[in-house]
Design a protein around this ligand. Sequence first.
Ligand code: TRP
Ligand code: SF4
Length: 365
Amino acid sequence: MVSQKKIDPWGSLDIKDYRKLFEDFGIESFDKYKNKLKDNRYVRRGIIFGHRDFGKIMNAIEGKKPYIMMTGLMPSGKFHLGHKMVADQIIYHQQMGACVYVCSADLEAYVMRGMDLPKAREIALTEYLLNYVALGLDLDNTTFWFQTDYVVPYYRFRDMLSRKVTLNELKGIYGKLSPGKILAVLAQSADILHPQLEQFNGPTPTVVPVGADQDPHIRLTRDLSGRFQLEYGLIPPASTYHKFMRGLQGGKMSSSIPKSAIALSDKPKEAIGKIMSAKTGGRPTVDEQKEKGGVPEECTVYDLFLYHLVEDDDGLELIYRQCKSGELICGECKAKCSDLMAKYLDQHHKKIGKAAKTLEKYLNK
Ligand code: TRP
Ligand code: SF4
C-alpha cells in the first residue's frame, strides 16, 4: 500500500521518531559522514541526522571543487538559539569553501503567515542577517535576497517552473492548495535551483540544510530539477536534515512563546530566568535524584549544553554521566548552564556591535 503519511511544511511539526523518516520518506542516515566531518558539533552529536544525496557534496568538499550552500529563513520574530543552529551550518559550509546563497522567505511569510512585508523585511535584517554576521557570516561572499525583491532571471525561472508540475502532483504532496501556497512552493524551488542557472553559478552541486519539515519542498525540487535537465543541466539539490531544539518548557521552541526560547538579544539576566524555569529531566526530590539519577535525554537544560554551550565532547560526556549517576543535581547544573550562557551572550552582544557596522556598509553599497 502506498503510504498516506504526509509532512506538512506549514503545520507544527512534532517528529517523535526521526528514524521513521528514513523508512517512510527515504531520507538517509548521516552517520557515514560523522567521521569525515567530525569538526562539526551538530554532525558529531547526531543533530544533523539525515540527508539526501550528500555524497555529491562530500566529493566536492574533498576534491576542493565548487559547491553551493543554499537555504532560506522564515522571518518570524526574534532570532533565537534554534535559528543559531541553522546559521552555524551556513557559516560552516562557507568556511568549507561553499558559495553561499541565503534568501529571506518574505513572500512565504506574507502569503502563508499573514505577515506584512515591511515587518518581514525588518525582521530579516535586524534579527537574522545581523546575527548571521555576528556569528561569522562573510557578507562579501554571500548572495542574500528577498523573495519579493530580487532579479529578473529568478522570477522568470520561478514562473517557468509552473509548466513542469501538475496540480494533482502538488495536491499529492501538500494536500489542500491555495494560490498563495502554490506561489510559495514555486518560489522555494526557484530559491534552491536558480543559483545553477548560467546567469549565476551554472550547474553546481548544491546542498540545502533544513529541518525535516521542509522535506516535501526538497523532494519536489529534486524532481523539478530533473525536468529541466535538458534545458539547463540542473543537478538535483542535496539536503541535510537537523533535529529541532525543544523549547525550554518542553514544547515547541518559538519566538512567539518567549519563555520557550533564548533570543540572542536577551540580556544575560533574562536568559538565566528562562534557564531557571526550564523543564529538566530531574526527579521530583533531590533525594530521589541522588538515588536514581536524572534523565538528560529529557532535559532542555542538557539540550543547551549539547547544541550550543559545550564544544568539547569529553566535557559534555562528563555532564551526561554525572547527571545519570545522580552526582549532579539540577540546581547546580542550571547554575553552571546559566554561567556559560551569560558569558556567551555577553560575548555575542559585543560582536553584534561590530556586525551592525558591517551590515550598514553592506546595505548602503
Ligand atoms: N520554507 C522555509 C521555512 O519555512 C523557508 C525557505 C524559503 C527555504 N526558501 C527556502 C528553506 C529555500 C530552504 C531553501 O523556513
Ligand atoms: Fe538536566 Fe542537569 Fe538536571 Fe541532569 S542534572 S536533568 S542535565 S538539569
